[in-house]
Design a protein around this ligand. Structure first.
Ligand code: GDP
Ligand code: MG
Length: 448
């Protein structure tokens, strides 16, 4: 797999965090050291790694903890977020404009993977319904044009080459009209051993003639952190808009190369992960880091983090639950507040000892429906009834049912729930969370 060793070492750190009893300073330091080691052996720049460690530490110590996340979960989430921003943060895609043709020019040094990238991108965009052509402007290296033609055939797109002409601008002008009927034209250009004057001039001339909509710098991942210098050199001397990093499949240094381009302010748009035409991925830092860390395990946590409520909100609910006074108004308010806070299962995790409850989606759905009905029922009660639910008589139950469009059984169920909640709160105050948990579990299984 791509970035195998980086992925597995980061995963093992996260596992250690997840299985720790508590997150203290020594676990935090140890985890950060492990992350540093992983990133450094992926050839990430030392300063970048130190900055990232500092941010993780600072955030963990200073950020207010959302009550829904445990300390461990919070640490894992911070690590995930910081690694994501190390690799570029938000995804930025190439937007294909309708005006034909949309020209994507591939530039880079010898062997970077430009010609291969042309084939991959052709296949990628063809699959998405675009009419794609390739244009061979690498007139420098012998056989470069034939190689491009082969890749075009392999991807099933048209290819324009002139095997005799030495001047790339002349080749462009020759085919300019033919290209106008395509949605996307992929322009292959020549490389050199380094970005020298000759290459700079050649790329400028092509750029002036063809004015590409997007110029992608193609860089191999195996140069690790020195991708930064290369990206910056190209950025200074040509108008690259983004980067494609190739050969992620064959090197342990890919992490360093990805991070380096981000510092060079060169957005990574694609990555190459093999030699075949399918081996291309549109680069999305979030998804990439997610997979690196084992998304299956992370997904639920990230969802939870994004829904997390503030500590105050949570404290408020706990306080109310623990306060002596408890009538239907409180129940109503509690229920509404819980609803605002998201799924009941998450709210329960804030109560000591309740985090392990396993409540199914169906059970929660039933609970939601009930909440809605109870709201109508309570709306039909007088203030006195709400404050003294124990004194509601049979005839009053009938009246309330009529007024709310519910059945008398449903009104009774609400009153029963009130009784149960009252008992549960007593248990909670008595500090017997185990018994409470069993009760809650039973109540949830029955749909309250
Ligand atoms: P160019 O000189 O920039 O046009 O580079 P080429 O497209 O000719 O590629 C140089 C070599 O790298 C070829 O042997 C490709 O098969 C190989 N290559 C390109 N992209 C990848 C990739 O993502 N993974 C692997 N493993 N090899 C690649
Ligand atoms: Mg080439």
């Amino acid at each position: 797999m791509v970035l195998d060793s980086l992925g597995s070492s980061l995963k093992s750190t996260l596992k250690k965090i997840a299985s720790a009893v508590l997150v203290d300073d020594s676990l935090l330091d140890e985890s950060i050291k492990e992350i540093q080691r992983s990133l450094l052996s992926a050839d990430c720049d030392v300063q970048l790694v130190l900055d990232l460690s500092e941010r993780i530490k600072k955030r963990f110590k200073e950020e207010k903890a959302p009550a829904i996340l445990s300390q461990k979960e919070r640490l894992v989430n911070i690590v995930y977020e910081e690694l994501t921003s190390l690799l570029g943060g938000e995804k930025e895609e190439i937007k294909i404009e309708k005006r034909k043709p949309f020209k994507i020019m591939l530039v880079g040094l010898f062997g970077a993977g430009k010609t291969t990238a042309a084939g991959k991108l052709a296949f990628y965009y063809k699959k998405r319904g675009y009419k794609v052509a390739m244009l061979g402007l690498d007139t420098f290296r012998p056989k470069a044009r034939e190689q491009l033609k082969q890749n075009a055939d392999n991807s099933g797109v048209d290819c324009f080459i002139d095997v005799k002409e030495k001047n790339p601008v002349k080749v462009y002008n020759k085919f300019k009209n033919d290209l106008s009927s395509y949605d996307i034209v992929l322009i292959d250009t020549a490389g050199r051993n380094a970005l020298d004057k000759e290459l700079i001039k050649e790329l400028r001339d092509i750029n002036d003639a063809a004015s590409p909509n997007e110029t992608l710098l193609v860089i191999t991942a195996d140069i690790g952190k020195s991708a930064r210098e290369q990206a910056e050199a190209f950025a200074d001397n040509s108008n690259i808009r983004g980067v494609m990093i190739t050969k992620l499949d064959g090197t342990a240094k890919a992490g360093g190369a990805l991070a380096a381009c981000t510092v060079a302010k060169a957005k990574i748009k694609f990555v190459g992960v093999g030699e075949k035409k399918e081996d291309l991925e549109s680069f999305n830092p979030k998804g990439f880091v997610g997979r690196l860390l084992g998304m299956g395990d992370l997904e639920a946590l990230l969802e939870k983090a994004s829904e997390a409520v503030s500590e105050e909100d949570a404290k408020d609910i706990q306080k109310r639950m623990l306060s002596g006074k408890f009538n239907l108004v409180d129940l109503y308010e509690q229920m509404s507040a819980m609803r605002k806070m998201g799924p009941l299962s998450k709210v329960l995790e804030m109560v000591p000892g309740m985090g392990q409850l396993n409540i199914s989606k169906d059970q929660l759905q039933v609970q939601e429906e009930k909440l809605k009905k109870w709201r109508h029922i309570m709306d039909s009660m007088t203030k006195k009834e709400l404050e003294n639910p124990d004194e509601i008589s049979v005839s009053r139950i009938e009246r309330i049912a009529k007024g709310s469009g519910a059945s008398t059984a449903e009104v009774r169920e609400l009153l029963k729930q009130y009784e149960k909640s009252k008992k549960m709160i007593k248990l909670l105050k008595g500090g017997d969370p185990e018994r409470l948990m069993k009760k809650f579990q039973g109540a949830m299984k029955r749909g309250f």
